[in-house]
Design a protein around this ligand. Structure first.
Ligand SMILES: O=P(O)(O)OC[C@H]1O[C@H](O[C@H]2O[C@H](CO)[C@@H](O)[C@H](O)[C@H]2O)[C@H](O)[C@@H](O)[C@@H]1O
Length: 256
């Protein structure tokens, strides 16, 4: 198998450097709109784009993720892999993968239901809409665990009826299209699109596990790869198990 030594991976050409946003490039904030990059992140992303294909793979919609990162010259992949944009959306078209289109309306119906039924019941609940589905944020609810249970119970039957998939993030319930496309598939698409020889992926959350597993699969396929997990107190153990490197923040890693 190809070496996963990070210096070896960084010496590959073409090289890819791919990052998740929330919890990786930005600290977790009380609300999605308050999230912002760590101070050095935009500068280093800009520098990274000079010698590598730098990309963002986020659970956020591309427009929302690009609003936070706001660095030209990166590829922005959003909504857990369903959206792709070759640069900032102001100057580049956001493409939605065609298989996702049938789930626009069912996703909207579930978000409408959440606004009608759950918002009046759960103080502080934030409904975040995306091109497909969206996210229900219960971080600010007085009893977050109870809010989580109410949300999951309320969505169970309608999500099954509408063939939508429910997953969970940090203090958030994700309403997703029932597709096999995820951050891992998106990462492989990124690697193949740029004919990369090496790629590094950094993430911190449950949905990043797909990316971390794909890093291992790509290595088995002969690519030089390395997976970095940014550890927080609530990091899923499975993610740590698949990490090549565990860091407490990306700050020190930038100095490689
Ligand atoms: O894949 P990511 O870029 O990590 O996106 C995953 C979700 O992140 C965001 O929510 C999380 O971060 C918020 C801001 O720090 C925080 O308030 C929230 O509790 C977290 O769950 C984002 O808002 C979601 O759309 C993403 O799916």
């Amino acid at each position: 198998m190809v070496s996963k030594d990070i210096s070896h991976v960084l010496s590959q050409h073409p090289l890819g450097l791919v990052f998740d946003i929330d919890g990786t490039l930005s600290p977790i904030a009380p609300t999605p709109d308050e999230a912002h990059l760590y101070p050095e992140a935009a500068h280093y992303l800009q520098q990274a784009s000079q010698f590598a294909h730098a990309g963002i793979i986020t659970g956020r919609a591309v427009a929302d993720g690009a609003r936070i990162v706001n660095v030209e010259g990166l590829t922005y992949i959003g909504t857990h892999g369903l959206e792709w944009c070759d640069g900032l959306p102001g100057t580049h078209k956001i493409e939605l993968i065609p298989e996702a289109e049938p789930y626009i309306q069912p996703g909207k119906e579930l978000l409408d239901l959440a606004e009608k039924v759950l918002v009046p019941q759960i103080p502080g609940l934030i409904v975040q809409r995306k091109s497909i589905g969206g996210t229900l944020h219960y971080r600010l609810a007085p009893d977050p665990e109870q809010a989580r249970e109410i949300i999951l119970e309320a969505l169970k039957e309608p999500a099954a009826r509408l063939h939508m998939h429910i997953d969970e993030g940090k203090r958030a319930v994700e309403i997703l299209a029932p597709l096999t496309i995820n951050k891992g598939k998106a990462l492989r698409r990124f690697v193949e699109h740029f004919a990369l020889q090496g790629v590094i992926f950094a993430g911190d959350d449950r949905t990043d596990l797909h990316g971390m597993i794909e890093i291992e699969r790509l290595r088995q396929d002969g690519y030089a790869t390395h997976g970095i997990v940014v550890q927080h107190p609530d990091t899923p153990p499975a993610l740590l198990e698949h990490a090549d490197t565990i860091v407490q923040g990306l700050r020190r890693w930038w100095s490689y």
